[in-house]
Design a protein around this ligand. Structure first.
Ligand code: D41
Length: 710
């Protein structure tokens, strides 16, 4: 506040900041309760931080507004009733956060460290250990004589909650350290949930019609603090160590990197993405390299962490109240943001499923601008209490489709820091529950594309268009799927062309594709003669295919690429498959009752059989029996499941997969107890850790070659 403000006689001038401060206090306290006590946050962290900072700034400018109950006066985190409090033998410090996501963030940290260490321009660059900042929940694991005796959350840093029972269910966490029987060795790290585990968990919740989790971190936090270890055990958690707590009777390494290496040797999971580097340029390089890989990682990170590598230098730097001076977390742009829900559209999928899609005020989240996001289904939308016009939370992480994960009551959130405050007399309870919830969106009774009835199976969740391939939306999706790279692989037949073909009434069915001539194609808008000829050539080329690709291309519900291959291998010919009974189908490996029924229903329908005939008449062909086991060479990998990870020296991933499948084996994307072998190459990741943890045999390329040759 400026001098003139202070001396101004305009007393009501303070009313607005006072009201805003009161409002911010109430809002922040409310959200802190939701976050810490109920594990049901309604606000993205970035938004909470923004409000927190706005209140801090307001209090700094108007010290008279500071109240003892202000959230800025309290160290957050609290102990839940139901868990025994644990006083940490060595406090769990917090870590200073650098919110400047540009290289300047790393540079200012290095400059601070050099200043504190009294280093001059001529002194050598500081050695740093750089690692990822996992978006999870900090945990202290206490090992005595090498045995896990206690696990505790961080809590407020001094006192946490005892969660040993729940943590014991995390299979990655060793119950006994390898080769260490130190009196005390406390391992600190983050419990987190992998993105695929999170998606699968939410999918299960959705199928059951249960509440979904906003993000992997909340799902992990909820699982760790779940009072019922049985439920905790069903929530797939993972762990990465980042440091130590109390240590008695163990010789510390000289460096942080040495600590992490030692922990890894003891069987504690440590993330492979870590480097030792020098000076600010090394830090910036790591920050940028990991930003590139962020989407491809199997888990969420919200930044990277830099630590002075030498433990001796760490000791001389010490800490400042609650944060070490030798470490900093350098953030990345948030993966969750607030924006306005402008409208809800209905998207019709390949199988007719109607999905409500949020039309959003464009917002930059997780590195791209998002204006559409899935709302999954109408029941979930209702459960979240979302209405058109609401301020909603959008999440985009990895290559997962952006989704609306919830809504916020928005009154207090709207003004940006520094903007004018809301009038005192309208002090709103920004978070008043919206009761009763009156939705302003309903699922349409008919398909918005073709007008056929939209039906929902009894007890089911999804509405489907009943129009089948009569529905242009389904027809477009079916054609795109048919033409896909892993299906018939018709190059050039993409979104735009399919749109033109269907909307122009030119192609009415899959076989219709093969009746296209150059003239018809060239007549389409923006289609040159040459590209028309290319499409015709691609169509011609696609006719020679494999039974597995053909089956996958048909888009039979429940039949993905792997099942299609299994079916082709098992039956060897289309006719045998078409005539198969449900029982015959159940004899195919990995085919259960739902899949068998879906396949049987598909081939039982006359119009589908007609499509098959027309496609064959158009010249689509494959080697009958080519995939059948009886016609193949030896199958040394029959019944074996393998997982590929990392880069092999000579074989591409596709080539390795093809060889394994030709030998009767199956390639899976994730390691489990059912995995027979993990084939690991350069830069193998968490799958390798998992294999070691489960005791699955790990081979290199040479080992794979040996297996293949029996
Ligand atoms: O990955 C993390 N979230 C992470 C958290 C990490 N990689 N390193 C960390 N290092 C520390 C210090 C420097 C205090 C040992 C941390 C945390 N602390 C931390 N996590 C939660 C509170 C503090």
């Amino acid at each position: 506040m400026s001098q003139s403000d202070l001396f101004s006689a305009d007393v009501p001038a303070l009313a607005a900041p006072a009201a805003r401060a009161a409002e911010l206090r109430a809002t922040l306290n409310h959200h802190a309760h939701l976050y810490y006590v109920l594990d049901q946050p309604e606000l993205p962290d970035a938004e909470y931080d923004r409000l927190f900072q706005e209140l801090q700034a307001l209090e700094a400018a108007h010290p008279e507004l500071l109240t003892p109950d202000s959230p800025t006066q309290r160290v957050l985190g609290r102990v839940l009733d139901g868990f025994a409090p644990v006083r940490h033998a060595v406090p769990m410090l917090s870590i200073l956060t650098e919110t400047d996501t540009t290289p300047a963030g790393a540079e200012s940290f290095d400059a601070r460290v050099r200043r504190e260490l009294d280093l001059g321009e001529l002194d050598a660059p500081v050695e740093y250990a750089a690692e990822l900042k996992f978006d999870g929940l900090a945990l202290n694991l206490r090992y005595e004589q090498g045995v896990l005796v206690q696990a505790a959350t961080r809590g407020d840093g001094e006192t946490g909650e005892e969660v040993t029972q729940n943590i014991r269910t995390i299979k990655q966490i060793p119950l006994r350290l390898l080769g260490v029987d130190a009196a005390v060795l406390e391992v600190r790290g983050e419990v987190y949930m992998r993105r695929d585990d999170f998606e699968a968990l939410n999918e299960r919740q959705r199928e059951k019609g249960d509440k979904t989790f906003v993000n992997p971190r909340n799902a992990a936090a909820g699982a760790v603090r779940q009072l019922d270890p049985g439920i905790a055990a069903q929530r797939p958690l993972s762990f990465f160590a980042y440091g130590l707590g109390e240590v008695l009777g163990w010789q510390l390494p000289d460096t942080h990197a040495g600590v992490l290496d030692a922990l890894q040797t003891m069987g504690v999971p440590v993330c492979e993405h870590r480097v030792v580097t020098f000076g600010p340029s090394g830090l910036v390089q790591f920050h940028q390299a990991m930003a590139q890989q962020r989407d491809a990682l199997p888990f969420d990170i919200d930044g990277v962490v830099y630590k002075v590598n030498s433990l001796a230098l760490q000791r001389s730097l010490g800490f400042k109240t609650r944060e070490p001076r030798w470490a900093v977390a350098h953030k990345y742009p948030a993966q969750e943001q607030l924006t306005r829900l402008n409208a809800i559209d209905i998207q019709v999928g390949r199988t007719g499923k109607l999905t409500p899609v949020a039309k959003l005020e464009p917002v930059f989240v997780g590195g791209t601008t998002v204006s559409n996001a899935t709302l999954h289904n109408v029941f979930e939308l209702r459960r979240k209490g979302v209405r058109v016009g609401d301020t909603v939370i959008v999440r985009r992480a990895g290559d997962v489709i952006p989704e609306v994960v919830g809504r916020v009551a928005s009154a207090a959130l709207a003004p940006r820091a520094g903007a004018s405050a809301v009038p005192a007399d309208s002090l709103p309870s920004s978070f008043a529950p919206r009761e009763p919830y009156v939705p302003n969106f309903r699922m349409p009774a008919v398909c918005p594309v073709c007008g056929s009835a939209a039906l929902r199976e009894k007890g089911g969740i999804d509405y489907r268009c009943s129009g089948g391939l009569f529905c242009p939306a389904q027809r477009k999706q079916a054609l795109l799927h048919f033409a896909g790279r892993r299906a018939m692989d018709i190059e050039g037949l993409g979104d735009k062309l399919v749109e033109q073909l269907v909307d122009g009434g030119i192609v009415l069915s899959l076989p219709g594709l093969y009746t296209l001539g150059v003239a018809k194609l060239a007549a389409l808008e923006r289609m040159a003669d040459k590209s028309a000829q290319n499409i015709i050539d691609a169509l011609e080329k696609s006719k020679r295919t494999t039974l597995a690709r053909f089956l996958f291309a048909l888009g039979i519900r429940q039949v993905g690429e792997t099942t299609a291959k299994d079916l082709a291998r098992h039956f060897g010919s289309l006719d045998r498959l078409v005539e198969a009974s449900v029982d015959d189908l159940l004899a195919v490996r990995d085919v259960g009752p739902i899949v068998a029924q879906s396949i049987h229903t598909f081939f039982a329908q006359a119009h589908n059989r007609e499509v098959l005939e027309q496609l064959r008449a158009a010249g689509v062909h494959w080697d009958e029996g080519e995939g059948a086991a009886q016609n193949q060479g030896p199958q040394p990998l029959l019944g074996k499941t393998l997982v590929l990870t990392g880069t092999l020296p000579t074989l591409s991933r596709d080539a390795a997969k093809a060889l394994i499948e030709a030998a009767g084996g199956k390639v899976s994307g994730s390691v489990s107890k059912k995995t027979h072998y993990v084939i690991a190459g350069e830069e193998a990741g968490s799958k390798l850790d998992k294999a070691r943890e489960l005791g699955v045999e790990v081979l290199d390329e040479a080992g794979l070659t040996a297996l293949l040759s029996g």
